[in-house]
Design a binder for this molecule. Sequence first.
Ligand code: 2AM
Length: 179
Amino acid sequence: MPDLSQRLFFALLPDEGVRTQLRQLQKDLNRADGRPVPAKNLHLTLLFLGNVAADKINAVCDIAEGIAGSQFDLTLDMSGSFRQNNARVLWLGASKPPPELGVLHQSLCQQAKSIGLPVRKETYRPHVTLARKVYSRYRLPERPDRSIPWTIHRCALITSELLPTGSRYKVLVEKELSE
Ligand code: 2AM
């Protein structure tokens, strides 16, 4: 039987203005080795679900369709890195994540649990990954010169296919928050 499960995650999608500013910061990372995240893939993960069995995918789409609420503001004003195998992932985050972000994350966690998906109890660290597989010591300053103001208005359920060349994302459901 073919495996029809899908690797899924909920994310916030930047608008063009924010994407352009993220691209600019990525250019500063040119001095680092590593693999910059392609512009079209830039996002902030709300909840990573991992591989979801085929018979649960409709229920996850329903959760995404039910996302509602008002737009809110987030300021990307700090950077950092996570270790991943022998390399590092460089990211941009918010020193003061808005409460709405935590509420959205918690609500998605609860709904995912309610349909029987395993949700790991790890601390939510909202971030936008800028580059992966960075082996050099180059980092962005912890407080970049420019912060990026972002009005969050687009949430999405995304499927990710892991390819040798990197991840290929496809938006399954996209929701607009109200003004
Ligand atoms: P990352 O950018 O820090 O790798 C799709 O993989 C998205 O889900 C990425 O933004 C990724 O974060 C996030 N994610 C969270 N937990 C993950 C995990 N255990 N494995 C892969 N991606 C994860």
